[in-house]
Design a protein around this ligand. Structure first.
Ligand code: HEM
Length: 504
């Protein structure tokens, strides 16, 4: 008798909770309708991310499908739900231009979580907000001017030579995985330029630097959950001490930066790298001025150069290699260009020679179109915003996602979008691509700070490979490649396996 009444009580509680959850989601899922914005019917509890949570589709595929559905309805903007969190998605390029450039004052932030107390490395340029971001952005912009990049160029060329040497050894043992080798190359360069140390991950793939770097992009389920929690409840998360990045990895980077600062300061050691530029700002006599940095600020910026730089750049390079393997005519044409240009520069890769390789840049741009490392660009509405030519008012705090993946595959801007066609970016054709329809590095005042650096290191790495090896796809690579549903950044399931044959 007792146990049956207990059972009844438990069932009642469960049913009541179930009803409450349904009511909660139903109410939350009315948000876009109430604002007068169309959406794709959300499901409970997933909203519009069910296929991603069930690991059927990658975030890029989900965003693209959503974009295409809403574009077919001819709307200028749409509402998306990640579970019960509403994301505002502008589709019209003119509206996007307003959000990320013209009316930037209403959308200054990236809507990223910072917990400076528990994790000082989280207070980096990408995640900082408002005036703090603005001041720091102004301080850091000079880090990647042409003059500063020329200073770092020898480090990159040396790493390109090392890449060639390692590939000559590794290709003898069978297929090479493109993402792995490119990530080791970019880790060595960014580690060298941003931390000022030789990481040697090309020579030794198991070096701690590479392992800890890769760990930052391989989150456990618990970390994915705490990420979501901090996104929904940032203040509570800070109060509870939630961190976004794995402690063992951030502790490693923090200590390395600290030791490096101490070493350079104690020994008066100087080097032509981005780390030195940050250190000079820290030691600027005029403390508190616009040109100075605290130690914590230095550490967080060195960290974002590394995190922002190695994964995105290696993703770009590995997809270029994939497309070169699939399109032998493009590969031959590119190699011809590289050889012809280098001949004019005494067979040396110089900073100036890169500017003459127009086809290389076209190949890289077309790759960034097909595989943008970030499938969507985040923004936060920081000041209430009336959407031009509508009655819709976006409230303060609203998270915005610019649907890069969808735009890059929109046949209106890129006819036959599945086709890999570098000629879209030729001098004659590139003017046909509308403004704000090509966004791999973002746009406006928050455009990627390392864009030119990324292109430079990518070019040197690709020249070192394409000049010296014929690239074909190894049968271990599943074609067409399948995007990895567990990763936000563009990546493939099973990797990109290539056969490399030495030339000459
Ligand atoms: C192919 C390589 C890369 C891609 C595709 C890429 C892409 C992006 C994108 C989409 C953003 C956001 C832009 C926006 O909101 O409008 C961004 C921001 C940023 N990127 Fe990159 N990035 C790359 C390489 C790099 C490198 C090599 C560095 C540093 C050395 C870097 C440092 C940063 C920083 C510091 C920000 C934050 C800028 C700010 O909020 O003011 N990125 N990147």
């Amino acid at each position: 008798m007792f146990s049956s009444s207990l059972l009844l009580n438990i069932s009642t509680i469960l049913i009541a909770t179930f009803i409450l959850v349904i009511v909660f989601f139903k109410r939350k899922h009315k948000y876009w309708k109430n604002l007068g914005i169309e959406c794709v019917e959300p499901s409970i509890p997933f909203g519009n991310v069910k296929d991603n949570v069930m690991r059927i589709k990658s975030p890029a595929e989900v965003f693209r499908e959503f974009y295409e559905t809403m574009k077919a309805r001819k709307v200028i903007h749409a509402g998306f739900y990640s579970f019960f969190i509403p994301l505002y998605v502008p589709l019209d390029l003119n509206l996007i231009k307003h959000i990320i450039q013209v009316d930037f004052a209403h959308f200054t932030d990236h809507s990223a979580y910072v917990n400076e107390k528990e994790d000082p490395l989280s207070a980096h340029l990408f995640s900082l907000t408002g005036q703090r971001w603005k001041t720091l952005r102004a301080k850091l912009t000079p880090t990647f001017t042409s003059g500063k990049m020329k200073m770092m160029f020898p480090i990159i060329v040396d790493t390109g030579k090392e890449l060639k040497k390692i590939l000559e050894e590794e290709c003898e043992n069978g297929a090479v995985e493109a993402k792995d080798i490119c990530a080791r190359y970019t880790t060595d360069i960014i580690g060298n330029c941003a931390f000022g140390i030789e990481c040697n991950s090309l020579k030794d793939p198991k070096t701690e630097f590479r392992i800890k770097g890769a760990r930052l992009f391989n989150m456990t389920w618990l970390e994915v959950l705490s990420n979501f929690f901090s996104f929904v409840f940032p203040n509570l998360s800070r109060f509870l001490g939630v961190r976004l990045l794995p402690k063992e990895a951030t502790d490693f980077f923090w200590n390395m930066i600290k030791e490096n600062v101490e070493f350079r300061e104690k020994n008066g050691f100087r080097r032509n790298d981005a780390f030195q530029l940050l250190l000079d700002m820290k030691n600027n006599e005029d403390q508190g001025s616009d040109a100075s940095l605290t130690f914590n600020e230095l550490a967080a910026q060195a960290f974002i150069f590394f995190v922002g730089g190695f994964e995105t750049s290696s993703s770009m390079m590995s997809f270029v290699l994939l497309e070169l393997g699939l399109n032998q005519d493009v590969q031959d044409k590119l190699r011809d260009e590289i050889n012809a240009v280098l001949k004019r520069y005494n067979n040396e890769i110089t900073y100036e020679s890169l500017a003459d390789m127009k086809y290389l840049e076209m190949v890289m741009n077309e790759t960034l179109r097909k595989y943008p490392p970030l499938p969507a660009l985040p923004r936060e509405c920081t000041k209430e915003y009336k959407v031009p030519n509508t009655d819709v008012v976006i409230p303060e705090g609203q998270v915005v996602f610019i649907p890069i993946q969808g735009i890059h595959y929109d046949a209106e801007y890129y006819p036959d979008p599945e086709k890999f066609d570098p000629m879209r970016f030729s001098d004659e054709n590139k003017n046909k691509i509308p403004q704000f329809a090509f966004l791999p590095f973002g746009e406006g005042p928050r455009i990627c700070l390392g864009m030119r650096f990324a292109m430079m290191q990518g070019k040197v790495g690709l020249i070192s490979i394409v000049k010296n090896f014929k690239i074909t796809i190894n049968p271990k690579t599943e074609i067409p490649v399948k995007p990895d549903p567990t990763k936000f950044f563009a990546s493939t399931l099973g990797g990109i396996w290539l056969d490399l044959e030495r030339i000459g």
